[in-house]
Design a protein around this ligand. Structure first.
Ligand SMILES: Nc1ncnc2c1ncn2[C@@H]1O[C@H](COP(=O)(O)OP(=O)(O)OP(=O)(O)O)[C@@H](O)[C@H]1O
Ligand SMILES: [Mg+2]
Length: 252
């Protein structure tokens, strides 16, 4: 279970996150939608302390961290409880797919190399890349690179997976394979927060949708509630303007 309380973040005078409270149950797949600049990425980055929030507490299972009183150990523990998949994949260019997935296991978790390789191979197989484990990122398509990034995140067995627009940098024909991989990850019972503009995908995969606007969660409900019957005018306006998913298999 994840519990966030009073999370606030300003960049100079720009209030990006405004006293956010959020509770997420184990196994929940939560989608965050909202206009550009609403603070979606900042929110994810504050959860895993890539960004330092000004105030707030973050609780993941038994680990509770007050952002103002955190120790080095809190930072390490929180980072290890989360794994993030970025828009731009962020793979190590000079490492193969296998080495990319092994890296965190060996360096962060101190798992012996042969065991790390075993885990990495299982994860790469799961994302459909068993045949590509010795390829370098530049030898892989964008969709394949993003699947390596997902395998790398899963290999760390995080308590929560954070996805920040994982398909936005992909050519349209590669979006579907990455969405399929994310959907399979969700069906395995992983707890996930996904920032995504792929609304059909969000509808099908998330069990909860949050609409972030001006640093606040102004709508919070099931996909049916948020898309079908939004309460807030801002949400209504945003949804009415949305372009729908370009991945054919996720079209309604
Ligand atoms: N490092 C930074 N320094 C200063 N301002 C920042 C920084 N990072 C983000 N911001 C500002 O914080 C606000 C929220 O940015 P954020 O990237 O979280 O938005 P977003 O909802 O993810 O938008 P998008 O949909 O475009 O990705 C924006 O006004 C942005 O300019
Ligand atoms: Mg963003």
């Amino acid at each position: 279970m994840i519990e966030i309380n009073g999370l606030s973040k300003k960049f100079k005078k720009n209030v990006v996150l405004d006293n956010i409270d959020l509770k997420i149950e184990k196994g929940d797949v939560v989608a965050i939608i909202g206009p550009s600049g609403a603070g979606k990425s900042t929110f994810l980055r504050c959860i895993n302390l890539l960004e330092e929030a000004d105030t707030g507490t973050i609780k993941i299972d038994d680990l509770q961290v007050d952002v103002n009183k955190k120790t080095k150990k809190d930072l390490i523990n929180l980072r290890q409880s989360t794994a993030m998949v970025f828009q731009q994949f962020n793979l190590f260019r000079r490492k193969t797919a296998l080495e990319n997935v092994m890296e965190g296991l060996v360096v962060v978790k101190n798992i012996p190399k042969n065991k790390a390789e075993e885990i990495a191979l299982v994860q790469l197989q799961k994302v459909g890349l068993a045949e590509r484990v010795h390829y370098y990122p530049k030898q892989l398509s964008g969709g394949q690179q993003q699947r390596v990034a997902i395998a790398r995140a899963l290999a760390m067995s995080p308590k929560i997976l954070l996805f920040d627009e994982p398909t936005s940098a992909l050519d349209p024909e590669l979006v579907g394979e990455v969405l399929d991989t994310i959907k399979a990850t969700a069906l395995e019972g992983n707890t996930m927060i996904i920032v995504s503009h792929e609304m059909n995908f969000v509808k099908k995969v998330a069990n909860r949708v949050l609409f972030l606007y001006n640093g606040k969660i102004i709508e919070d409900g099931t996909p049916q509630e948020v898309f079908g019957n939004p309460k807030n005018e801002r949400t209504k306006e945003f949804i009415s303007k949305l372009a729908y998913s370009i991945a054919p298999e996720y079209q309604i």
